[in-house]
Design a protein around this ligand. Structure first.
Ligand code: FES
Ligand code: FES
Length: 174
């Protein structure tokens, strides 16, 4: 057993005892009942299980949870799909996913949503040129697998959010 404390969607959890071999995915789904984080391949290949990990310097990355022990997240601050909506209102990116009908079965959606959100936050700190946007989105979403093949719609949804607030996410043109 090990003792685990972490912050999820701004809320502190723990300290609590967890088995050393408990995966982060099982911790979220089975111990906390947060079933928005999915279990797909179970082999760190599809990223349907990815959550956002926030670093103290304000940057964020995504991390798979299926093969990672829960104890790896001790002391960390993470965000899951349950944390995107505020006061019952979906986030801009969530609404864009709906508008584009980006998901079908929805199994991969939380992972894409988390990855897209990390990209938006990165671009708000470090905007890119419009010419580089398509590749930037493709690179960011690369690695997320969608068995329903919704790749183009996810890409378009993320692009829509960026172009709708281009002053925030894109470099100023001369
Ligand atoms: S379920 Fe974790 S990467 Fe596929
Ligand atoms: S919407 Fe079904 S796996 Fe992506």
């Amino acid at each position: 057993m090990t003792t685990l404390s972490l912050t999820i969607n701004g809320q502190k959890h723990g300290p609590m005892d967890v088995r050393d071999d408990l995966s982060m995915n099982d911790f979220l789904r089975e111990m906390l009942g947060m079933t928005g984080t999915k279990f797909g391949c179970g082999a760190a290949q599809c990223l349907s299980c990815a959550v956002i990990v926030d670093a103290p310097d304000g940057t964020s990355t995504t991390s798979p949870t299926c093969v990672a022990p829960a104890m790896n997240f001790d002391g960390k601050s993470i965000r899951t799909v349950e944390g995107h909506a505020r006061d019952g209102e979906l986030s801009t990116l969530q609404n864009a996913f709906i508008a584009h009908f980006a998901f079908q079965c929805g199994y991969c959606t939380a992972g894409f949503l988390n990855e897209g959100q990390v990209l938006l936050e990165r671009l708000s700190r470090t905007p890119v040129a419009r010419e580089a946007l398509e590749q930037t989105i493709a690179d960011a979403l690369d690695g997320h697998l969608c068995r329903c093949t919704g790749y183009v719609k996810y890409h378009e949804a993320v692009r829509d959010v960026i172009l709708a607030d281009s002053k925030r996410y894109l470099m100023a043109t001369k």
